[in-house]
Design a protein around this ligand. Structure first.
Ligand SMILES: [Zn+2]
Ligand SMILES: [Zn+2]
Length: 253
């Protein structure tokens, strides 16, 4: 068996990472981990990859290195809708993110905000989060949902079981099953075990992601790997773009 762990989500200096693509590739080699460069591709994120032309240059650069070629697209930003199919096929896989969610009033709200939207309870926020997740799954041609449990910092202090009802977990998992999108077990925004188990039990493929932005993070997927192993998920079942293909990318033959 020559299974090698795959980090499906990490950043370089093309967006807000601190390492060059060459350094990301070298770090993966040193760790024995297959690494990905999945920089932000959005007009509303800290990135240089903010147009179709910039995506072409970005992929031209990644082509020169031994890395998987991905991108992390903001659901709430329209750039992903403008990527032509032939350009989409140059990615090994694509990652979608809820960096903003849609509130019941139709406005978008950043998931990094230091306070909850005015007048919204935690429970209402979580319902809006899952409704946004369902919309992402229905609309977005991506292979992985990044950090599915990303919420604003004040909510991260709460027990995730207070945030996530079993009903909301089921809705989220069902949306991913229907779309064929993998659930990222993130090293950066670690999901609670009950949700990961529910996803795995429902047949959602799990994906390991460091979401690394610097040396000690990129390729470091030990915590998510330990979690999926503790659930009895075989490493062969983890999402691997080379083996499982992409909904729109380079390995779907
Ligand atoms: Zn993200
Ligand atoms: Zn990221």
């Amino acid at each position: 068996m020559n299974w090698r762990p795959t980090d499906c989500h990490a950043h370089s200096t093309h967006s807000d990472g601190s390492m060059s693509v060459a350094d990301v590739a070298a770090r993966g080699k040193a760790l024995g981990v297959r690494v990905t460069v999945s920089d932000h591709i959005s007009r509303d994120a800290p990135t240089s990859v903010d147009s179709v032309a910039a995506i072409e240059s970005y992929l031209d650069d990644l082509d020169q290195y031994d890395v998987l070629r991905a991108g992390e697209f903001c659901w709430h930003d329209a750039l992903w809708r403008e990527v032509p199919p032939l350009l989409a096929r140059r990615f090994t896989h694509r990652v979608g993110s809820l960096h903003s969610i849609r509130l019941p009033n139709g406005k978008f709200f950043r998931a990094f905000s230091s306070a909850l939207p005015e007048g919204l309870t935690v429970s209402q926020y979580m319902t809006a989060h899952v409704a946004s997740l369902e919309a992402l799954a229905a609309e977005m041609p991506v292979d992985i949902l990044a950090h599915p449990t990303l919420v604003p910092p004040p909510m991260r202090l709460l027990d995730p079981h207070e945030l996530w009802s079993e009903e909301l977990e089921t809705r989220a998992v069902n949306a991913l099953v229907a779309a064929g999108i993998a659930f990222e077990v993130s090293a950066r925004y670690q999901p609670h075990e009950r949700l990961v188990r529910r996803a795995a039990d429902a047949g959602v493929r799990l994906s390991l992601g460091s979401d690394g932005h610097k040396l000690e993070q990129v390729g470091n997927i030990e915590v998510p790997l330990a979690l999926v192993r503790s659930l009895g998920v075989g490493v062969d079942a983890l999402y691997d773009p080379e083996r499982h293909g992409s909904r729109t990318g380079a390995f779907d033959a």
